[in-house]
Every structure is written in C-alpha cells, then in structure tokens.
Design a protein around this ligand. Structure first.
Ligand code: PMT
Length: 405
C-alpha cells in the first residue's frame, strides 16, 4: 500500500476522535493521507490534530486559505480512496442526493476514487428509514458502507451506530486499496506453534508467534482470496474476512487442514508443527519426584508430507516453510523434495531479526528446478506479499503447462 493516496473526510460526530488513530495507522503504512473536515467536525477535534498526524495541511473551509482553488476537484481524482469516518446522517444524506455545500461534500461529488463510508450516529437516527434508504442508494452506486458496531453509544443508548474501531476501518481500507489479484482463489494457511500436552498443566511447544502465517492470511484476504487460517495457539487476532480454525496439537492441525482441503488452490504451511508429542498425557499433574524424569515421545504426523503425497497432478500449489539453524539451503531443499512441494521458504531462525517472534524476516525462496531467490530483510507483511506473488505465479505457470500454452 506504500505510495497510495487516501483522503480521510471527517464529519461532525463524537467519534471523530477515533479517526485520529485511523490516520496514524494509514500513515504508518507509508500512505499519503490528506484530511478534510466539515465545520461541525472541527467542533469535536481540531484540524491541528490531523495536521500533526498526517503531516499535511487539513482543509476545512472551502473559501479559506488552506488550499488552492481547485483542490475540491483534484483531491478526489488524484487519490486512490476516500474514507468518510465518522459519516453523520446529514453527510450521508448529502452524498446520496448530490449536495455539495462545503469542501468535503463537493470533493466527494467530483471524486473518481473509491469511497468507503463509515456511518456513526445514534441508533434511532441510524435505523431511520431515510438514513437506511440513503445508505442503500450509496451502496447501489458502488460506495462501500462499513456496518457500524453495536453497543453503548455516547448518547447513552444501546444498539447499532458505533463507529467501528480504527483497526477495522483500516482493514477494510486495505482491502479496497489492494489489487484483487487473488480473487476467486481458495488459500489455506497454517500458522503458529502446536502445543503437545504432557499433563493438564504442562505442554511441549515452540517459539512461533504466528506473525508470519497471520501476515500471509491477512495479505491474501486483502488481495481478494477466500482464506482459511488454521492456527495453533497465539495471542494474535485473526484477520477479518478469513475463516479462522484454532487448533492446539499437531493432530488437531492435521484434522483441520484435511477437513478444509476441498477446492484449495494454494496451501501455505508457515506453522511450526511439533515433530514429537508425549506418548501419553497424564490425567493429573505430574508430581515432583526423582532427580531424573524421562518423557517418552512419539512422532507426530507430518502434515505437509501427507499433503505432498495426495497432491499428484492436482493444480493445488503447495508451499512449505523450513526453519533451520544450520545448512539452510541444503536442509530446506531436502524438505522441498521429500515433501513434494512446489516451493519452500527457507528461514534462518538463528538470526535475531528473522524467524520466530520478530516483526521482520529474511528468507530464501527455493523452487523445484533448483532456482533460489533471496529476499532482503523486510517486514513480515512484505515477505507475505512476496510469498503470495510467487505462489500465484507458480499456479499460473502450472495452469499454462496443463493447457499446453
Ligand atoms: O510464527 P512466527 O513467530 O512469525 O515465526 C515464523 C516461523 C519461523 C515459524 C516461520 O517462518 C517458519 O519458518 N515456519 C516453519 C517452521 C517449521 O516447523 O519448520 P520445519 O522445518 O520444522 O518444517 C518444515 C515444513 O513442514 C513446515 O512448513 C511445517 O509447517 C511442516 N510440518 C512440519 C512438521 C510436521 N509434523 N508437519 C508439518 O506439516
């Protein structure tokens, strides 16, 4: 999303304070953000707040000194997306009926950019048929309307009308800003560690935080794919729009993966699956006893190997990850072949800035023909984008081969 341009239109509702956080989230992604406010919005939050957060001047007066004469025309044509948050009943009405009586409303009329409207108001106002019909009109014209949340509102009533949290608006904006090049594809992603119980209070696990797998699932949703995320226990929130299947053990993960397999176009296994589990899980907490205590471990199923065995000539692209602390290339390539994968993402997990738990990663993409591609050190979000680009290219090449092109 780097380099995209977004206009954030703030109208006069109490939730305008939440929009400040939305602007921060957009700017953090290197998106150019311009803010326009209605006069009423400036009564809730000052333009200075948005100016400081966006790094750009804020326009709130059509005839003031803030902009140039044609900004109300240019803004909506130069940008990729306009987000109206919060959108009041009044502003929604003006949008639906083509009324332009201030900078923001004229900007929206002249806009060619996609528009995301985030209604926020008292429940009675929101459920009023006039407001609902206006929203329906906007939807029919291609405007995306984000449903408001339910709960206690600032006016003391309960019901729908709450501005969704900034993260939710940001997520929807990301979907609208991303190219939908994965639309129509079903992608299954595994993430996180597995937990193999020893007794009711102890287990064997590993350092996987789930960040890598969740980043892949999030990016795939944004790019239009139907996403199934099968994950071991993590502290992360499942990406909106993905079907989330939480699991604990390797056997649970195997079951969930095979239950969701039908119709998958791409499978990406970023999960760190425990290779062994205790032969038995004690019914009660194991008491402190002798100096030496042995645990008997048995091999877990290798999910990826099983997937590779069932793959044969199916068009499904199988991508594995390899977490290595030595001989990265040789060990990863061995896994690529023994598990019958199309590509393996080799991860040197001995680095401090890559692999487990970090927000960054540095990987090597290894292909069946022996070709190896290095990535620089990047955020896991950026690595996720590369993994999806490569998996998509492999799928298209496979389809071309099959059709004899
Ligand atoms: O979650 P993070 O903190 O963001 O960390 C990311 C990561 C380091 C976990 C990730 O980038 C990564 O490298 N994942 C693979 C970890 C791993 O288990 O690697 P492996 O070399 O042991 O396994 C190879 C492949 O076989 C993996 O795709 C794994 O999911 C799969 N496997 C392994 C064992 C098993 N019993 N079943 C499997 O399917």
């Amino acid at each position: 999303m780097k380099g995209k341009e977004v206009i954030v239109g703030v109208t006069g509702g109490i939730a305008a304070y939440k929009t400040a956080e939305l602007v921060r989230l957009l700017v953090r992604e290197d998106i150019l953000v311009r803010v326009a406010m209605t006069f009423s919005a400036t009564q809730f939050v000052t333009p200075l707040t948005f100016e400081a957060l966006s790094g750009n001047r804020v326009v709130h007066d059509m005839f003031g000194q803030e902009g140039t004469v044609m900004d109300h025309i240019r803004w909506g044509q130069d940008s990729d997306l306009i987000i109206i948050a919060p959108a009041t009943a009044n502003f929604i009405g003006k949008m639906a009926h083509g009324i332009g009586d201030d900078f923001l409303s004229t900007c929206v009329i002249a806009a060619t950019a996609r528009i995301l409207v985030c209604p926020s108001m008292n429940t009675r106002m929101f459920t009023n048929p006039a407001v609902q019909q206006n929203l329906e009109l906007l939807r029919k014209r291609g405007v995306t309307v984000l449903e408001p949340g339910r709960g206690e509102l600032a006016c003391g009533t309960e019901g729908p009308g709450r501005l969704p949290e900034p993260e939710e608006i940001f997520e929807q904006a990301s979907i609208l800003l991303s190219g939908q090049d994965l639309s129509g594809l079903k992608i299954l992603v595994t993430a996180g560690p597995t937990m193999e119980p020893i007794d009711p209070v102890r287990y064997i696990t590993n350092r996987s935080s789930g960040k890598m797998g969740f980043a892949i699932a999030r990016a795939a949703v944004r790019r239009g794919a139907e996403v199934i995320l099968v994950s071991g226990p993590t502290s992360l929130q499942a990406p909106q729009g993905a079907t989330f299947c939480p699991v604990k053990t390797a056997e649970d993960m195997e079951r969930s993966v095979f239950e969701n397999l039908t119709g998958c176009d791409i499978i990406i296994k970023a999960a760190a699956v425990s290779d062994y589990r205790p032969r038995e899980c004690a019914d009660q907490k194991i008491k402190k006893g002798p100096e030496l205590l042995s645990l008997e471990l048995v091999r877990n199923p290798d999910i990826l190997t099983r997937l590779g065995e069932t793959k044969k000539e199916s068009p499904c692209i199988l991508v594995g990850f390899a977490a290595e602390t030595e001989d990265l290339l040789a060990n990863a390539e061995k896994k690529l072949r023994s598990k019958n994968l199309d590509m393996i993402v080799a991860n040197d997990v001995s680095r401090k800035d890559a692999g487990f738990e970090t927000d960054t990663n540095m990987v090597k993409f290894i292909y069946r023909d022996g070709h190896v591609e290095d990535s620089p050190l990047m955020t896991k979000d950026d690595v996720a984008g590369l993994v999806l680009d490569r998996a998509r290219a492999l799928r298209e090449a496979g389809l071309d081969r099959r059709s004899g092109n």
